[in-house]
Design a protein around this ligand. Structure first.
Ligand code: 5GP
Length: 185
């Protein structure tokens, strides 16, 4: 059975997805936010099982091969990320609203397998604002920034595929809008 309680949030690099999702969680602890598996290394402060499930290539391959991934993608041409299927299905069966924060490729896979989900695009107020934020946070070198901006351009061009676009100009407003779209407020 398709479940409208599943919401998929996509947004380009540095748009503030992390902040929006963290605030949504604080306001609505009933939302189950899927913990993705990834082959990338943890960044300082990231906790295994909380921010991501950090796995090696073999473990990722095994998850895919066993059908354990709802979707997965190679992101920024660098590492694989995927949504473990079981926790999402269990949460939906329990009647909880579920949020996936994934990339465009993954969102398209979820649209194919669960077309009645809700697809939300988080957009920056402008392209310039996005570039400024990416440069300002200073966590990527020049080459990585260029790669992320290339992906961001493709994602922005695909924003018309989504059921709703939320502009992250004011974080509180963006969170409130996402919560409304999810039927939480
Ligand atoms: P980061 O490495 O900065 O944590 O994440 C990079 C990108 O990977 C984010 O834009 C995020 O949307 C995407 N991502 C995170 N988890 C998943 C996932 O489970 N599946 C897919 N397809 N993309 C993901």
């Amino acid at each position: 059975m398709e479940n409208p309680q599943l919401t998929v949030l996509v947004g380009p690099t540095a748009v503030g997805k992390g902040t929006v999702v963290a605030q949504l969680r604080r306001r609505h602890p009933e939302v189950v936010v899927s913990v993705s598996a990834t082959t990338r290394r943890p960044r300082p402060g990231e906790v295994d099982g909380v921010h991501y499930r950090f796995v090696d290539d073999d473990e990722f391959d095994a998850l895919v091969a066993s059908g354990g991934m709802l979707e997965w993608a190679l992101v920024h041409g660098a590492h694989r990320y995927g949504t473990p299927r079981r926790p999402v299905e269990e949460a939906l069966e329990a009647g909880s609203p579920v949020l996936l924060e994934i990339d465009l490729d993954g969102a398209r896979q979820v649209r194919a397998s669960r077309p009645h989900s809700q697809f939300v695009f988080l957009a920056p107020p402008s392209w310039e604002a996005l570039v400024e934020r990416l440069v300002g946070r200073g966590t990527e070198d020049e080459e990585e920034r260029a790669r992320r901006l290339e992906t961001a351009r493709i994602e922005m061009d695909a924003s018309g595929e989504f059921d709703a676009i939320v502009i992250n100009d004011d974080v509180d407003e963006a969170v409130a809008e996402l919560a409304r779209l999810m039927g939480l407020e």
